[in-house]
Design a protein around this ligand. Sequence first.
Ligand code: HEC
Length: 267
Amino acid sequence: MVLKLIPAAALAFAFTLPLAAPVMAQSATDEIAKYRQMLADDNPADLSEDKGAELWRTALGPNKVSLEKCDLGLGAGVVNGAYVKLPRYFADTNKVQDLESRLVTCMVSLQGIAEADAKKNPFGANSNMQALVAYIAAQSKGQKIAPPMSHPKEKEAYAIGKQIFFYRAGAHDFACVTCHGAPDQRIRLQSLPNLLDAKDAQATYATWPAYRVSQGEVRTMQHRLYDCFRQQRFPEVQYTSEAVTALTMYLAKNAEGGTFAAPAMKR
Ligand code: HEC
């Protein structure tokens, strides 16, 4: 009798422990889903979009011109569908750029703003950059994620991004892949998308920029990656650095074909 009971108790114990965390995490995810549903037609990111649209059209900087002639890759001033075809190679800068580094280029070349000023306060409360990104990204809603990959520098950016994704270093010897390379991983209550899986990569890439409920701000992909470099205990990454563009290219390519749905709402 005793012999029979011991294995049963051990079994129960073994089952309880690993299940406890996922069950809690599930309910947290459900709560966020409910919250999202409640606000579905009312994403606070709408306010940022409006502000971004206004900023796009407002004459600013020493040259007193708007950004309406800024070429985001589809021709001067074209915002419709521009986001899903970024990052991409630009001949005038001879660089692969994501939206944010491209906007900095336009602020400098069109509006005459100093580069340091254009890069100032990119993540701060009510930053102009996050509003512009929210506006431009929203003009790609419903379109397919399709970063171009024909120019050698685009291929190179992808390859570098891939290398960074797998590069382990820092105090904990972490790489992106440590946290984002397997299904159903979690840190505390947060599920970690497997960015090597097309479906997860699409669902993730399609939903940035996002209004983050926990932060009360719209956050861009630059901010997301900045924050993950921090979680990875890497040195602080420079705003619009080529490393971030390369990583973004890698993530965009992994998400290719997904339907873009940002600005979204997230935890
Ligand atoms: C120590 C673990 C860890 C490492 C290393 C890490 N991340 Fe993250 N990542 C997280 C956590 C935690 C979240 C937030 C999940 C949440 O808030 O729901 C996250 C979120 C993300 C997201 C957004 C996910 C979503 O669902 O929208 C992306 C994209 C991302 N990380 C990319 C990266 C990249 C690229 C790297 C490498 C530079 C990286 N991460 C390194 C833990 C990590």
